[in-house]
Design a protein around this ligand. Structure first.
Ligand SMILES: [Zn+2]
Length: 291
C-alpha cells in the first residue's frame, strides 16, 4: 500500500495527503506481537497471520500528530505498566479522556458509514451516534471542552477465577488478554463503542439504559485516580466478552491442519522458553477454571 493518499481528513475535514491511520493505536499491536510466542492471527481468517492490525486512510499528518502525544502518554503511564503487571493504580489528567475519545471516535466514525447505509438501523440511535461523533470531533479539535452526556469508562479485565456464566472451555483468560478489537454497538437504549486493548476495556457510552451499573470505572474530565481493583459492572458490554470467546473458539476450529502443525512446531522449538510468555499464565488460569 502507498504511504499516503490524497483525500478529505476525517477530523479536520481539509483535503490533504491522508496517512494510513491505525484504528487501534499501533503500540497495542506491537505489544501483542512482542509478547506472543507465535504469529498473531485474525479470528476472521485464522489461517493467515497478520503483520499489523487494521489500518485505513483517514487522517492528515497534522491530525495524526494531535493524537500521538496522548497515545504515548497512555502507553507509558497505563497500558505498559498494567500489561507488564507492574502497577495497578494510575493518576491521570485530561490526557486520558482525550486518548479514550480519540480511539472511540475513530471507530465510531468508521462504523457510522456502515450504520447509516443500513435501512433497518434505528433512526433515533443513528441521530444520537451522529451527534456524539460531532461532539467528539469538536472536542478532539479543541473547539469545545465538554462532552455533553458522553461517558468514558475503563474496566480492567483481571484473571477470571470463577465465572459460572462463562464457558471455561473457551479459554476466557486467553481471549480477554490476547484480543484487540474496537467497534460500536447499539443494544436497546445503550449505545457505546468498546475497545479491548489486551485486557484493558475502554468503553465510551453515547447513551445508557438505567439497568447499566458501573462502579469505579468512570473517567472524569480532568484529574483523577484509576485503580485496577474493586471494579464492577452489570452491563450489556459483558455480552461482548462472550462474543469474543465464541469467535476465538470458531477460529480454532477453522484452523487448517497445516497451520495447526506450524503452530505446534513453533511451540516445540521454543522449549522451556515458552514459559516466559504471558499467554501461558492465561492458559494455566483457564485450565484451573475447568477443574
Ligand atoms: Zn486533519
Amino acid at each position: 500500500m502507498e504511504k499516503t493518499r490524497p483525500g478529505r481528513c476525517a477530523l479536520c475535514c481539509q483535503t490533504k495527503e491522508l496517512q494510513l491511520s491505525h484504528i487501534v493505536p499501533h503500540f497495542v499491536g506491537r505489544k501483542l506481537i512482542k509478547t506472543s510466542p507465535g504469529n498473531i492471527r485474525s479470528s476472521n481468517e485464522p489461517n493467515r497471520t497478520i503483520q499489523d492490525i487494521f489500518k485505513q486512510y483517514m487522517l492528515c499528518s497534522d491530525c495524526e500528530e494531535r493524537f500521538s502525544a496522548k497515545e504515548t502518554w497512555f502507553a507509558n503511564h497505563i497500558f505498559s505498566p498494567y500489561i507488564d503487571k507492574k502497577e495497578k493504580a494510575f493518576s491521570y489528567d485530561e490526557k486520558l479522556t482525550y486518548f479514550i475519545v480519540s480511539v472511540s471516535w475513530r471507530t465510531l466514525h468508521i462504523d457510522l458509514e456502515k450504520f447509516s447505509q443500513d435501512p433497518l438501523f434505528n433512526k433515533d440511535s443513528l441521530m444520537i451516534l451522529f451527534r456524539a461523533e460531532q461532539t467528539m470531533r469538536e472536542y478532539l479539535l479543541g473547539k469545545r471542552t465538554d462532552l455533553e452526556a458522553i461517558q468514558n469508562h475503563i474496566f480492567f479485565l483481571d484473571y477470571v477465577q470463577s465465572a459460572p456464566s462463562l464457558d471455561s472451555s473457551m479459554n476466557p483468560n486467553v481471549v480477554m488478554h490476547r484480543t484487540i478489537s474496537s467497534y460500536s454497538v447499539c443494544d436497546g437504549k445503550t449505545l457505546f463503542t468498546v475497545s479491548n486493548l489486551m485486557g484493558i476495556l475502554i468503553v465510551t457510552f453515547y447513551s445508557m439504559d438505567t439497568s447499566e451499573n458501573w462502579v469505579n470505572t468512570k473517567i472524569e474530565l480532568g484529574n483523577g485516580l484509576l485503580k485496577a481493583e474493586n471494579q464492577h459492572m452489570t452491563s450489556v458490554v459483558g455480552n461482548e466478552i462472550q462474543y469474543w470467546m465464541e469467535q476465538g473458539a470458531a477460529a480454532q476450529q477453522n484452523l487448517s491442519e497445516k497451520q495447526r502443525k506450524k503452530i505446534e512446531d513453533k511451540m516445540r522449538a521454543l522449549g522451556d522458553d515458552i514459559l516466559k510468555y504471558p499467554i501461558i499464565q492465561d492458559l494455566f488460569a483457564d485450565f484451573e477454571l475447568e477443574e
